[in-house]
Design a protein around this ligand. Structure first.
Ligand SMILES: CC(C)(COP(=O)(O)OP(=O)(O)OC[C@H]1O[C@@H](n2cnc3c(N)ncnc32)[C@H](O)[C@@H]1OP(=O)(O)O)[C@@H](O)C(=O)NCCC(=O)NCCS
Length: 257
């Protein structure tokens, strides 16, 4: 495999066709920390990467909630996702990433009272994007949510493509256009295809993210094994695709793995 360059156009990505099969997802171990740090620096060059202290804290409070995607026998880290359990009522929809993650340490993890898996991070090496690694990571999250009989996954989806449209449309309108497939966002479109839907659009979610200008969509995936009609009451509908309610009510929510 040839790997080169940080921000490659799709045609510049080099990926041996069967390489994705050599990527597996497992729980994060301390030996993965340097690889995770390298990955963060590659994706968010202007932001401090996850520190060993933060990653150790995640493993201390919720080891089964932390996953890496590793490639080949050397187990190169090519993706990761980090999650915690929260009691949603303890938070406001407009809270930012720091509030939901206790400034990145997950010390607010509350498996006793919480029913919501909060997705704090998901990243895939840009050189390995579009080969199903993100989906594998989300499968691991959905499987965890089902095993723990949680109600749902929620998280902030950074509006990675919004900077291209910021002068033309408000972030709410951008999200509506993405939800209905008129615009494509490199992150939100992927998450919608993973069975998520949008509850709200929030400013100042990631304060130092030039791609999203800080805006994020609050997204949700409902666990088809625990969903009950009460969970659908009084939910915001402004950002729902017209077909979503039907899927929710019939339980036809993506959950094959
Ligand atoms: C968002 C992110 C995690 C997705 O990871 P990924 O590994 O590219 O995800 P996948 O490969 O599973 O899916 C991405 C797309 O590639 C497609 N795809 C998957 N395998 C493919 C293949 N073999 N050939 C062609 N396309 C493929 C998927 O269908 C999907 O299309 P969609 O966006 O229309 O749904 C990744 O782009 C990323 O790390 N982004 C930067 C960080 C970020 O924004 N994280 C989210 C914070 S909220």
């Amino acid at each position: 495999m040839i790997l080169s360059g940080r921000h490659m156009a799709p045609q510049e990505r080099v990926f041996v066709t069967d390489a994705a099969e050599e990527v597996r997802v497992r729980n994060t171990l301390p030996r993965d920390f340097p690889g995770i740090s390298d990955l963060c620096k590659c994706i968010y060059p202007d932001t401090a990467p996850w520190s060993a202290n933060e990653l150790s804290s995640h493993l201390a409070v919720f080891p089964e909630g932390q996953f890496v995607a590793v490639y080949g026998s050397e187990e190169k880290v090519v993706g990761m996702c980090a999650s915690l359990i929260v009691l949603w009522d303890d938070y406001q929809m407009l809270d930012n990433w720091e509030a939901f993650t206790a400034d990145g340490f997950f010390t607010n993890h509350d498996a006793k009272r919480g029913h919501t898996l909060y997705g704090a991070e998901v990243i895939v090496d840009p050189r390995f994007e579009h080969h199903g690694i993100g989906e594998k990571l989300y499968c691991a999250r959905r499987g965890l949510t089902k095993r723990l009989e949680l109600w749902r996954i929620r998280g902030g989806s950074r509006l990675r493509g919004y900077h291209q449209y910021a002068g033309q449309v408000a972030p709410e309108e951008y999200v509506v256009q993405v939800v209905h497939g008129y615009l494509r966002d490199p992150t939100l479109t992927f998450q919608l295809h993973q069975g998520f839907h949008v509850l709200a659009v929030v400013p100042h979610y990631l304060s130092d993210d030039p791609a999203s200008l800080g805006y994020a969509a609050v997204i949700e995936w409902l666990n088809p094994e625990t969903i009950v009609p009460e969970m659908l009451v009084e939910r915001p509908t402004q950002f729902l695709h017209k077909d979503v309610l039907r899927h929710l009510v019939t339980g036809d929510n993506r959950g094959g793995c």
